[in-house]
Write a protein of this length. Structure first.
Length: 329
């Protein structure tokens, strides 16, 4: 059915006392919707309903095999992180030196490491540490970076200039070198020092992404209309700017999650990240590296689990980026 012609007089007359701000909000929400279905020719939407950017992205993600495969892998990792005993009944800290470096045996498919510990059990329990570090670090980085970068981009001025200079300083710090300096003086065996270090050096990237996205979003017509009609800064930031600026942050944070897992393994491999008795893939890789010639199974299984985990999160981030990127629409 053809759409009725645009009638500016009718629109203006519909704005009564106290309704100006609501009109700006409705304009912002309308810009996020596409009457008649998505722009990719996915077919008409249900009668009387229009898909928003988020519903259209979810529609595409459900049909993306990359998203489905990576989602299944990540779901499996999360499940065994919460309940590792479902597939591993042993104790990762229970070792038998008499079986050190032995290969696969019945009940021990991955063999034993240099201390006689079951490699399969340690690989399964190592997923808990990696997922915990990756998820907690990503949440901390996304929250801190989004708040600081979003406020700087929205208000600008001296706060924006100060944040830009601070991020320049943090970008000049090599991550591995910073970890060697920062974590070498910490003796804690928990995951929190590593998470804190990742958040400390990771937030500037998200802050710059959030800043640029907010600057772009606040220049849209519906935000300018809301400002002209007297909407407060809090209302514009929460109701108009944030929903339209959060997509790039979600994409970057999803991809960065896999990077943070890899960074934790790197720092643990160098001996400054997680420390025994914590079970970590990085610790197992460090312990197995001297025996790679005689017992390669000690290195291959934790390395393979780490590679699959990082790849799954990167694939998930790529799928989310393709679904939310307006340039591909």
């Amino acid at each position: 059915m053809p759409e009725p012609p645009y009638e500016p007089d009718a629109t203006i007359s519909a704005v009564g006392a106290g309704g100006a701000t609501d009109l700006a909000m409705e304009e912002g929400e309308t810009l996020e919707q596409r009457p008649g279905g998505g722009p990719r020719g996915t077919g008409p939407a249900e009668p009387g309903r229009a898909r928003s950017l988020w519903s259209d992205a979810w529609h595409d993600l459900r049909r993306n095999p990359v998203f489905i495969i990576s989602g299944l892998v990540i779901t499996f990792l999360v499940v065994i992180s919460l309940w590792p005993s479902l597939i591993a009944s042993g104790n990762p800290l229970q070792c038998d030196l008499g079986k050190a470096q032995e290969g696969s045996q019945p009940g021990h498919p991955f063999g034993f490491d240099g201390q006689g510990c079951d490699v399969y059990t340690r690989t399964v329990y190592g997923a808990r540490t990696s997922v915990t570090v990756g998820v907690c670090a990503t949440l901390g980085v996304a929250l801190l970076g989004s708040v600081l970068g979003g406020l700087a981009g929205f208000f600008g001025g001296g706060w924006d200039a100060l944040l830009s200079r601070i991020t320049d300083v943090f970008f000049g710090i090599p991550v591995v070198l910073g970890g060697l300096v920062f974590l070498s003086v910490i003796t804690s065996t928990t995951v929190w020092p590593v998470i804190g270090f990742i958040v400390l050096l990771g937030w500037p990237q998200i802050a710059r992404i959030a800043r640029g996205s907010v600057i772009t979003a606040k220049q849209n017509d519906y935000v300018q209309a809301a400002r002209a009609l007297g909407a407060s800064n809090a209302r514009m930031l929460l109701r108009h700017v944030t929903p339209n600026a959060i997509a790039p942050v979600i994409v970057v944070a999803t991809i960065a999650l896999g990077t943070y897992i890899s960074l934790e393994a790197t720092l643990s491999y160098l001996g400054v990240g997680l420390k025994p008795p914590t079970v970590s893939w990085g610790i197992d890789l460090s312990a197995a590296s001297p025996y790679v010639r005689n017992a390669p199974h000690m290195l291959l299984w934790p390395a393979g689990a780490l590679a699959i985990t990082v790849l799954a999160f990167i694939m998930l981030g790529d799928a989310v980026r393709d679904a939310l990127d307006p340039k591909l629409r």
